[in-house]
Design a protein around this ligand. Structure first.
Ligand code: NDP
Length: 333
């Protein structure tokens, strides 16, 4: 299947072009950029046959069966709706849109067009998270009591553009990282937060958007969840801790794009490291998406997952701004 890239982005260059090409029979043949010269040079660097500044041109190409949208967030909705109307399958970057309501519109449009929509929440595809999820499913740590996510790091210099300065493009640590944490927590617990309380910070990197957030979520089961996200922490380690009635899982450096990290399982029998598969996170995500296009199963994170994880992030933002506990609105999905 031929793919069109909608957006000449860093994430496509660093991870997704390779992940698409890792799927047998899948090739990236065209890239859309708002700048003709930039698009041509991006295409040349990445061995992509054509570049264009016209969305219509990419979508009119009958050879292209699927598109990967990785433009800035405010463009996802209109580009995805156009792609669905042209009958293309869509792998879309997180957050799916600027609001959960817009994201829900995307899910409805994809279903009406009969195409597959996936959300690029790559953490579900990590060997570390899959191994920990399996241990929970197998009952090894008993009933889960609480979960904590640490996702504070230092935003790499080459990403310090719109993320820090442009709320209209979807900048801020909440659309960037809280959505991922929401998706990861939903993946582990198989339930969706009901409401949240939160605070945000405008620290050393802020140029108009929040660069840090902490929140506590109320889950339907009563499991306690807290998360921390930041762009400004140079010496932090990311992590995830899950405490259960029979054991705990403590993982370090696992909130990442790479197949790395350390996991320790502690039960009455003592502590031991947990082994995991070191496959590429994006490769696995794309393998599942390619299978879904072939009618075999679902993308690892569906469009509905994209809506729900964005809805949680939206509630975190509202709670941080208002100082009030905020109910999560899943927009009927
Ligand atoms: P980039 O800033 O690299 O790309 C976004 C847009 O900015 C591109 O579409 C491009 O526009 C423009 N752009 C990029 N580089 C330049 C440049 N040097 N000069 C001029 N314009 C440029 O964003 P990211 O790749 O970091 O993020 C894109 C999307 O992917 C976002 O939605 C983000 O949330 C998501 N993301 C997801 C990750 C994941 O792991 N799932 C990780 C990182 C990002 P044009 O196409 O018009 O040329």
């Amino acid at each position: 299947m031929d793919w069109g890239l909608i957006g000449a982005s860093t994430i496509a260059a660093e991870h997704m072009i390779g992940a698409i090409r890792a799927q047998k029979g899948h090739e990236v043949t065209s890239v859309l950029s708002s700048g003709a010269d930039r698009g041509a040079s991006y295409a040349a660097i990445h061995g992509i046959k054509t570049s264009t500044t016209s969305l219509e041109e990419i979508l009119a190409d009958d050879q292209i069966g699927a598109v990967y949208i990785s433009t800035t967030n405010e463009k996802h909705l209109s580009q995805a709706l156009a792609a669905f109307a042209a009958g293309k399958h869509v792998m879309c970057e997180k957050p799916l849109a600027m609001s959960a309501a817009d994201a829900a519109t995307m899910v409805k449009a994809a279903a009406e067009a009969g195409v597959v929509l996936g959300t690029n929440h790559h953490l579900r595809s990590a060997g570390t998270h899959l191994a920990m999820k399996q241990l929970i499913t197998d009952g090894v740590i008993g009933e889960v009591l609480s979960l904590r996510v640490f996702h504070a790091g230092l935003l790499p210099e080459h990403l310090r553009g719109w993320r820090l300065s442009d709320p209209a493009a979807g900048g801020g640590v909440i659309p960037d990282l809280v959505v991922h944490d929401a998706d990861t927590v939903r993946f582990y617990l198989d339930e969706d937060p009901k409401s949240v309380v939160a605070m945000e910070s405008h620290g050393s990197m802020s140029q108009g958007v929040e660069d840090g957030a902490m929140s506590v979520w109320k889950m339907p089961s009563g499991v306690q969840v807290m998360t921390h996200e930041s762009f400004t922490h140079p010496f932090s380690q990311s992590g995830l801790e899950i405490y259960g009635t029979k054991g705990s899982l403590v993982a370090r450096n696992v909130m990442t794009q790479l197949p790395v990290g350390e996991i320790t399982l502690t039960t009455a029998a003592g502590s031991q490291p947990v082994t995991y598969s070191d496959h590429g996170l994006y490769d696995r995500t794309m393998a599942q998406f390619a299978a879904a296009i072939d009618g075999k199963g679902q993308p690892s994170a569906t469009g509905v997952d994209g809506v729900k994880s964005l809805a949680v992030a939206e509630a975190v933002k509202q709670a941080a701004v208002s100082g009030q506990a905020t109910k999560v609105d899943y927009c009927g999905v």
